[in-house]
Design a protein around this ligand. Structure first.
Ligand SMILES: NC(=O)c1ccc[n+]([C@@H]2O[C@H](COP(=O)([O-])OP(=O)(O)OC[C@H]3O[C@@H](n4cnc5c(N)ncnc54)[C@H](O)[C@@H]3O)[C@@H](O)[C@H]2O)c1
Length: 466
């Protein structure tokens, strides 16, 4: 089973579920929570007794269901019909377990968590982080509306597969609605807000990646700055209760601090990507100031894990070392990053959604750095192969050292990273072996290698032998 949620529901979740029952949403419980496991019977006896007698609330209308997918085209323009059929690339159910989410040692936070049912708009829900957050929300009983333009910044089949996994896990009407389109498309987004009336927004859609943003800044201005502004405008108009969006550790640029704290001045972003995220934070404050919209910006520190982005070092290194392909080490290997495992990030995102702060920015990281050399060593250890390494000069725009000070997130959200880097790499390698090695699936993590993020999917620009 992909997620073993039933085994680790904490008291808050139980309370939340009881409340769902009171509001007649019993069938909104994820199938996997209502399992027949011993642990679940022990945790949720009332749910078992009542499930068959209560009806699901009437579902909200859906513009488009991903079931209708019927084309393989990869254009990123908005549309009101979802494409496909999806190429049948198997993405194994992962070894990630969110058992660490929601802890027994939870601290009390100044803003009490909202524990009722939510309908959450998750933008970028086909992507790495967005799809994991969507799955977690669905598993605990919330309903999710996903908007994603399915751009081909990396292999679109990965995004299709993420959506398929979500749809297949929650086939009940009204649990998950999927819209394919650009968040900047005014007509589409207005229709979605009008029909779905989400009161909670988790905005993960963005053009990610530092280096491509140097080569094509305009697409970053469009998706990240214009897109976020557009969503905040609609959130204000439709009375959203909490707007949580992804910022990035990139905003810290070339900071000399040991631990990056939210209080640090971040007025000197060193890439268009970082500047776009900083711009979102500034605009977010403006929307809070003007309209009292509750907004939280989350500065993620290099996120990795099962279903991770293939353009990022953890996936690339695991993939390449597994296949015996050379890896590139930028600099002397001493550069260090704070790598954060996906379940920790989901935990931080969900804690932020549940706690509507007026306006806050939080670091979400592990709180400890790992050097590139150590990183490569761990990949070799868990893949079980020696890496072929080519040393390259440092890249412009790259931040030599990132390490999150997560004190504020701990105090105000109760966030605490739980997965060590070695354990995270072990789990990611395990997932990779299942998803790719066993099925002999070729990946091309380099589709964005032209720097534009617009390369046709699966055109391998930098494969062995090229
Ligand atoms: N992964 C990381 O290490 C990391 C670090 C810092 C910040 N972030 C931020 O977290 C968020 C999620 O990142 P991710 O790693 O899951 O990336 P991702 O590329 O896997 O997901 C982003 C999704 O947004 C979609 N998207 C992009 N522009 C869009 C638009 N205009 N309209 C609709 N959909 C659009 C993409 O198709 C994609 O599926 C992003 O905002 C990113 O900038 C990620």
């Amino acid at each position: 089973m992909w997620y073993h949620y039933a085994h680790f529901l904490h008291p808050l979740t139980v309370l939340r579920q009881r409340r769902y029952l009171r509001i007649n949403k019993s069938n909104a419980f994820p199938k996997k929570v209502v399992s027949t496991s011993y642990e679940n019977r022990r945790l949720h006896p009332p749910i078992f007794k009542m499930k068959s007698t209560l009806n699901h609330a009437t579902s909200m209308p859906v513009l488009v269901q991903s079931d209708d997918d019927d084309s393989t085209s990869n254009h990123s323009g908005s549309q009101t019909t979802v494409e496909s059929p999806v190429p049948s690339m198997h993405r194994a159910e992962s070894s990630i377990m969110f058992s660490e989410i929601g802890t027994d040692d939870d601290i009390e936070t100044a803003v009490a968590p909202h524990v009722g049912y939510k309908k959450v708009l998750v933008t970028g829900g086909a992507g790495f982080i967005g799809s994991h957050v969507a799955q977690f929300l669905l598993a605990r009983g919330d309903d999710v509306v996903i908007v994603d333009e399915m751009n081909d910044y990396y292999d679109v089949r990965i995004k299709e597969s993420n959506l398929r996994l979500i749809k297949e896990s929650y086939p009940e009407e009204g649990r998950v609605s999927i819209y394919r389109g650009d968040i900047c498309d005014e007509e589409l987004m207005e229709t979605i807000f009008e029909k779905e009336q989400p009161k909670w927004v988790c905005h993960m859609a963005a053009r990610a990646g530092v280096r491509p943003s140097i080569q094509d800044p305009f697409v970053y201005i469009h998706s990240n700055i214009k897109g976020t502004t557009h969503l905040m405008e609609l959130s204000h108009k439709y009375g959203v209760e909490n707007f949580v969006f992804a910022s990035s550790s990139s905003v810290y640029g070339g900071s000399k601090s040991t631990f990056f704290s939210e209080e640090e001045n971040v007025d000197n972003p060193v890439s268009p990507y970082a500047a776009s995220k900083k711009a979102c934070e500034l605009l977010a404050y403006t929307y809070h100031h003007l309209y009292q919209l509750n907004i939280t910006g989350l500065r993620f520190f290099t996120v990795y894990g099962p279903r991770g982005r293939p353009d990022m070092a953890p996936f690339k290194f695991i993939d390449r070392v597994s296949r015996g392909v050379e890896i590139q080490q930028f600099g002397d290997g001493s550069s260090s990053r704070d790598y954060t495992f996906i379940s920790d990030i989901v935990d931080g995102v969900v804690r932020s959604i549940d706690r509507p702060h007026n306006y806050e920015v939080f670091n979400l990281g592990k709180g400890a750095g790992t050097s590139l050399k150590e990183f490569i060593g761990l990949v070799q250890k868990h893949v079980g192969k020696k890496a072929t390494i080519r040393i390259m000069p440092d890249q412009p725009g790259d931040v030599p050292y990132t390490c999150a000070d997560v004190t504020k997130a701990y105090q105000m959200l109760g966030y605490k990273s739980k997965i060590s880097f070695e354990e995270g790499i072990r789990r990611t390698v395990e997932w990779y072996k299942d998803a790719y090695v066993k099925k002999e699936i070729e990946v091309c993590p380099e589709t964005q290698a032209n720097g534009l993020g617009r390369a046709p999917s699966m055109v391998c620009l930098e494969m062995p032998g090229n």
